[in-house]
Design a protein around this ligand. Structure first.
Ligand code: GUN
Ligand code: ZN
Length: 444
């Protein structure tokens, strides 16, 4: 058993209302093993109250610091670290000119391994302790990333990128022999073998990962859906409705489908634990499909602003009531920092006149922005009560924030007169310097 004394930020259970932050100026967090030996939160609250309940427990004191839940990144591409900041006129030219050429390099396991080392370290340096991640179409890229995450105890979910058409030949899933014709079958066999090897090992999870409908044949999507039914605990991840040209292309390729999103449903790829990146250009029928299937959106605002894809419609999402959380989408996205992503989400809300709820756009509250990258994102992935929060029972993944990290942060946070002002100062001015330490739950 171990305790930490600092200011504490966490979230009320969702049943007590969405996105309500709790804050204790002088708080105590007690961490200890659960029956499985995993370090979880045992107690959280005011120092005066909790310390009386845990006499004699060793306490680490961090005056002036804030402990908050480790961040959850709902969608990030491990092989795209080097793609950050690659300008293009839109998604499809960006994929062709920068992203596919970089992903080809992951055919070399050594390249993949050094990229994985950097990627996992960068997530942790930025306070991200859970990530749902794309790998490439090379099975070894999945193995290298899982190995690295396992070594650093990151809660990481990834999967083999399924892509059997409409991409460069050497980036498509490969047949079992160089002259063979079973690339689609092999990609599904590889997926199942990787599920059996990695899903549920330590803190790792598998995600069935069709890149997006245009780069998969119907046979591959059907096979992916069959695996999703066979392994209901496994995640699904893909992209949808990000860009107008992409949508037109998807609709041309799957003319029988009511919409691009409905194509995924047709193949059995919408359910709990299915996370779709972007979800920008949806109509209300699509939103209802998200809600009724339990699928969730990975809102990727830095990416959407950088690639000029559009604005996630928060008003529409909340009106219909489907789940969402925040994501960096590196390398379409421009930063690993959850602070940059939360600020970009705020800009997107300001711009969201398409929802027509208000001509001025929304002003998303700082508590709601932070929730979207922690407890809300965990809930969207089906990990509520496991990560993204510091309620008793949650795995003890947390960040230690130093609100004095820069002169401007120190100046601004010192005059915050309430929680919203404090959180907003950190969202607007924060980056990796604000993360003094990332602490990962230990255990067997
Ligand atoms: N759609 C298909 N692949 C990708 C990708 O790598 N990044 C983004 N942002 N959208 C995609
Ligand atoms: Zn993406």
């Amino acid at each position: 058993m171990k305790a930490y004394r600092a200011s504490l930020l966490w979230f009320a259970p969702h049943s007590e209302g969405p996105a309500r932050a709790l804050f204790e100026e002088d708080g105590m967090l007690v961490v200890g093993p659960n029956p499985q030996g995993v370090q979880v939160v045992q107690a959280i609250g005011a120092w005066r109250t909790v310390s009386a309940q845990y006499p004699g427990v060793a306490v680490e004191h961090w005056p002036g610091r804030i402990i908050a839940p480790g961040f959850v990144d709902l969608h990030v591409h491990f092989p795209q670290t080097n793609v950050i900041g690659s300008p293009a006129s839109g998604l499809l030219p960006w994929l062709e000119n920068y992203t596919f050429p970089e992903e080809k390099r992951f055919a070399a396991p050594e390249y993949s391994a050094q990229a994985a080392t950097f990627f996992v370290a960068e997530l942790l340096r930025n306070g991200v302790t859970t990530a749902l991640t794309f790998a490439t179409s090379h099975p070894e890229s999945v193995n290298t990333l899982f190995n690295e995450a396992q070594a650093r105890r990151l809660r990481l979910i990834t999967g083999l990128c399924l892509m059997d058409r409409h991409a460069p030949a050497d980036l498509l899933n490969q047949p079992s022999t160089p002259s063979g014709h079973d690339a689609t079958e092999q990609s599904l066999r590889d997926t199942e073998a990787l599920i059996q090897r990695w899903h549920g090992v330590d803190r790792l999870g598998y995600a069935i990962t069709p890149r997006f409908a245009p780069t998969s044949t119907e046979a591959q999507l059907r096979g992916a859906g069959e695996l999703a039914a066979k392994y209901p605990e496994v995640w699904i991840q893909s992209h949808v409705a990000e860009n107008k040209d992409e949508i037109a292309w998807a609709e041309e390729l799957f003319p029988f489908s009511r919409s691009y999103l409905a194509t995924y449903d047709h193949f059995g790829l919408m359910r709990n634990r299915a996370i779709y990146a972007h979800c920008i250009h949806l109509d209300d029928d699509d939103r209802a499909l998200m809600r009724s299937t339990g699928a969730a959106a990975a809102v990727s605002p830095t990416s959407n602003l950088f690639l000029g894809s559009g604005f996630f419609d928060y008003v529409g999402a909340d009106r219909v009531g489907f789940q969402y959380g925040l994501a960096s989408d590196v390398g379409g996205g421009t930063s690993f920092s959850p602070f940059h992503t939360m600020l970009a989400a705020y800009y997107v809300g300001r711009a969201s006149v398409e929802g027509l709820q208000t001509k001025q756009g929304l002003s998303l509250s700082p508590q709601h922005l932070w929730w979207q990258h922690s407890a809300g994102a965990a809930r969207a992935m089906g990990l509520e009560g496991v990560v993204g929060n510091l309620l008793p029972g949650c795995e003890a993944d947390f960040v230690v924030l130093n609100p004095q990290a820069t002169p401007l942060l120190a100046r601004k946070t010192s005059i915050a007169s309430n929680l919203d002002e404090l959180l907003f100062s950190m969202i607007v001015l924060g980056d990796d310097r604000l993360i003094e330490k990332t602490v990962i739950s230990q255990g067997i």
